[in-house]
Design a protein around this ligand. Sequence first.
Ligand code: AKG
Ligand code: FE2
Length: 225
Amino acid sequence: MCYGLQMPQRERRLVCRYRTGRGNPLMIFKEEVEWDQPMILRYHDFLSEGEMDTIKTLARPKLSRAKVIDPVSGRKVSAASRVSKSAWLSEHEDPVISQINQRIAGVSGLELQTAEELQIANYGIGGQYEPHYDSKVLQEGVNLFKYMSDVDIGGATVFPDAGAALQPKRGTAVLWFNLLRNGNEDARTLHAACPVFVGSKWVANKWIRAYGQEFRRKCSTVKSD
Ligand SMILES: O=C(O)CCC(=O)C(=O)O
Ligand SMILES: [Fe+2]
């Protein structure tokens, strides 16, 4: 999907609306439905220019080659399947990080107590991440993924099974659920980061675990739900 021939984008109802946060009715978000199966939502103007600058300044000195978990040894190793630099930012480092975490809780309606810290990633030319599931590694239920740069050519986040391709757009955030309501992995959330050809791609990842959220996102025993 990264190279030229893109899967025909399925006809979809494209919805753009202003809505209040699931967790905080006082917060207003500009929400766009990017894809419906699985549901992928994009929030416009999620991060301000100042917030993105602060995040990059905090992350830059900490960036190191991102790793993947080796299925045989269980250890973290560098691999050609994931070419980027990454760093973790805690909310104790700067009020901007806790402000963003509150916004993430506000938009998703999910409790962040058990969530990972904010992961910042930077992809240079040729940077990419081959198709993978986030939930296999960390049992993460939800991914709220923020783009902090536009990319001139390349760098899309693609869902090859679902047929969706998301272009990086500075300041926007996209949200999808890795797990179905019954707790099983949603196979349609296989995704990849296409190689960056021209430009530099900055993203911030927030994975939110599914457990502890039983009251916030109703469980279902229906297999396909
Ligand atoms: O950078 C992207 O577009 C996707 C990255 C990703 O899937 C991940 O970090 O788990
Ligand atoms: Fe991922």
